[in-house]
Design a protein around this ligand. Structure first.
Ligand SMILES: [Zn+2]
Ligand SMILES: [Zn+2]
Length: 108
């Protein structure tokens, strides 16, 4: 089984060349921000191991591409909850921060 597939409009990042496109799981919750996937959004399907009734089971769960980037590159672009920036993003949802990161990345 492949580890990761993507859904939604394909970006031009090299990563998409090695992944397969699957139908967008409209309405399913993103594992990072908890908000439902909407039409036209891009993201990945990831294998997540959960505890099932008779042992661990692998579930395929969606995550927004921007939400993934937030956890890996947010700090670099000044969108994070480090002590020095905590006040700036107080009250923001994770999704709002992810979209702000996308704006900052495409502005460069
Ligand atoms: Zn998300
Ligand atoms: Zn930071």
């Amino acid at each position: 089984m492949r580890e990761t597939d993507y859904f939604g409009p394909r970006g031009d990042a090299p990563i998409f060349r090695s992944l397969e496109q699957v139908a967008a799981p409209i309405g399913a919750e993103c594992i990072e921000c908890g908000e439902p996937i909407e039409e036209g959004e891009t993201g990945f399907m990831q294998g997540l191991v959960r505890r099932g009734e008779s042992g661990p089971v692998v579930e395929r769960v969606p995550v927004h591409d921007s939400c993934l980037l937030l956890s890996t590159s947010g700090h670099q672009y000044g969108v994070c909850l480090c002590p020095e920036r905590e006040a700036e993003f107080a009250g923001w949802s994770k999704r709002e921060m992810a979209l702000e990161l996308t704006r900052r990345m495409s502005a460069r």
